[in-house]
Design a binder for this molecule. Structure first.
Ligand code: E4P
Length: 218
């Protein structure tokens, strides 16, 4: 299972890469806006830093605009994946870009029907937003289970990229359900490492050895 970082923050990306757990990065206009830096150069800088796939989203909403921005994003680097919203024009753009061998990540997916359409259009990744579904009282993880089952039934090549994750349980459940990728904010990556019994156990081991008064080499 691949872990992507959901951020446009270069420092967080460097820290995640140092941890050895980051296989790629997803960005969106809100995340890039938060950094206060220009749009395309930010995607380019991330793509240069990260060896794996980096999703950059189109800002246009018309077909020609999405195609133009998609091609410009893809031209930034080989590992750039073009993020496109899940609507009629977006999926038309996905089909055209797929024919040009441009990888796409279909974003803002909230139903299995939408995910089925994205796969038929030839999306490289589908991004169901589990946290935003949970926020409105629907079960985000149930959607992941449905999409994984549907894609398996027909051997679709589109990869399930679980997005809008809010806590470690979303990551664990994504793995249990067989999702291909989970994209997580940096703070969730850090939380995945933590368990209070690990810290307590380590403190006790070290304290017990310290009582002997001996060192590592004694
Ligand atoms: C996915 O690619 C999106 O960038 C992201 O996961 C959205 O998360 P949010 O719902 O926390 O904004």
């Amino acid at each position: 299972m691949l872990f992507f970082l959901d951020t446009a923050d270069i420092d967080e990306i460097k820290a995640g890469l140092d941890m050895g757990m980051v296989d790629g990065v997803t960005t969106n206009p809100s995340l890039i806006a938060k950094m206060g830096k220009p749009y395309l150069p930010t995607v380019q800088a991330i793509a240069e830093l990260v060896p794996g796939p980096v999703s950059g989203e189109v800002l246009a909403t018309d077909l020609e605009g999405m195609l133009d921005e998609g091609r410009r994003l893809a031209a930034l680097a080989d590992n750039v994946v073009v993020k496109i919203p899940l609507n009629v024009l977006g999926l038309r753009a996905v089909r055209i870009l797929a024919e040009e061998d441009i990888h796409t990540n279909v974003t803002l997916c909230f139903s299995s029907a939408q995910a089925l359409l994205a796969a038929k259009a030839g999306a490289t990744y589908i991004s169901p937003f589990v946290g935003r579904l949970d926020d409105v009282g629907q079960d985000g993880m149930q959607l992941i289970g449905e999409i994984v089952e549907i894609y398996r039934n027909f051997d679709f090549e589109t990869q399930v990229l679980v997005a809008s994750t809010r806590h470690p349980l979303h990551v664990v459940q994504s793995a249990q359900l067989g999702a291909d990728v989970v994209t997580i904010p940096f703070n969730i990556l850090e939380k995945l490492y933590r368990h209070p019994l690990t810290d307590i156990g380590l403190d006790r081991f070290l304290a017990d050895w310290k009582k002997t008064g001996k060192s590592f080499d004694d």
